[in-house]
Write a protein that binds this ligand. Structure first.
Ligand code: PRT
Ligand code: MG
Length: 221
């Protein structure tokens, strides 16, 4: 970004919705709703702050390459991004915002005896969007898995015989239940974090600091 204005990358849906109160705490309101607007760049009440609406998985990429100065992304997304780009990805993560909370879990069809498959050392076919996080989890536990990368609707995979298990995010548990799946292992709690481009942190420090501070104060425990 060449101008001095600040660009914030958000995904629409739960992250956008749960970010609005944090922005309000920083004195910033967003007049347009990304669900109904077709605009990809939304102005805010602060002429020096604008929002770009991108896919949740693209937020770290926009911030890393300076397409946005700052963004908000789930730990699930940040771990996969970090595994691909390494720690020198130019992302500074100053704050866990404690929003868009859920957990990452292993789930299987009701009848599948996961514990016994693990005990036998059987190879388990696991479908997931989170191949890097899943690989690390199962390697640490010494569980043999064949990972199948999917981009969505992981819950379907065991129902059609594509996989024995899935690694996915769970919040209410309603989606698993509706598809006859049960959670058998908790991998980690997930929430969304603020990510800041390292160059922006230096060059736009005066604009960024008050927003980071206001967010920090507004974070719900
Ligand atoms: O939806 P899209 O394909 O555009 O992108 P996305 O799924 O990456 O974005 P979005 O907005 O759905 O999720 C953004 C972030 O919200 C994720 O990266 C997570 O950090 C966080 N989050 C919090 C969740 C959930 N809760 C969640 N429940 N992301 C997804 N889910 C899905 C889950 O994958 C499963 O399909 O909701 C379903 C389970 O929900 P329950 O309530 O039925 O258990
Ligand atoms: Mg989604």
């Amino acid at each position: 970004m060449s101008d001095a204005a600040l660009t914030l990358a958000l995904s629409k849906g739960r992250i956008f919705d749960e970010t609005l109160p944090l922005l309000a705490a920083a004195g910033i309101s967003v007049p347009e709703n990304p669900e109904t607007s077709r605009k990809l760049i939304l102005p805010t009440s602060d002429p020096a702050v604008r929002i770009v609406i991108v896919r949740a998985t693209d937020v770290p990429t926009y911030v890393q390459y300076g397409g946005a100065d700052v963004g908000i992304a789930g730990k699930d997304v940040l771990l996969e991004h970090g595994a691909q780009y390494g720690d020198d990805s130019g992302l500074y993560q100053p704050l866990d915002l404690n929003i868009a909370k859920c957990r990452m879990s292993v789930a299987v069809p009701q009848g599948f005896d996961y514990a016994s498959a693990v005990r036998r050392g059987a190879r388990i076919r696991v479908a997931t969007k989170y191949v890097n996080t899943a690989r690390e989890h199962f390697a640490a536990k010494g569980v043999h898995v064949d990972l199948i990368k999917l981009y969505g609707s992981m819950e379907l995979a065991p129902l059609v015989g594509l996989a024995d298990a899935i690694v996915d995010l769970v919040s209410t548990g309603g989606t698993l239940k509706a598809n006859g799946l049960v959670e058998v292992e908790h991998i980690m709690p997930i929430s969304s974090r603020l990510v800041v481009n390292r160059a922006s942190l230096k060059l736009k420090h005066a604009r960024l600091r008050p927003i980071i501070d206001a967010f920090a104060k507004a974070v719900q425990p």
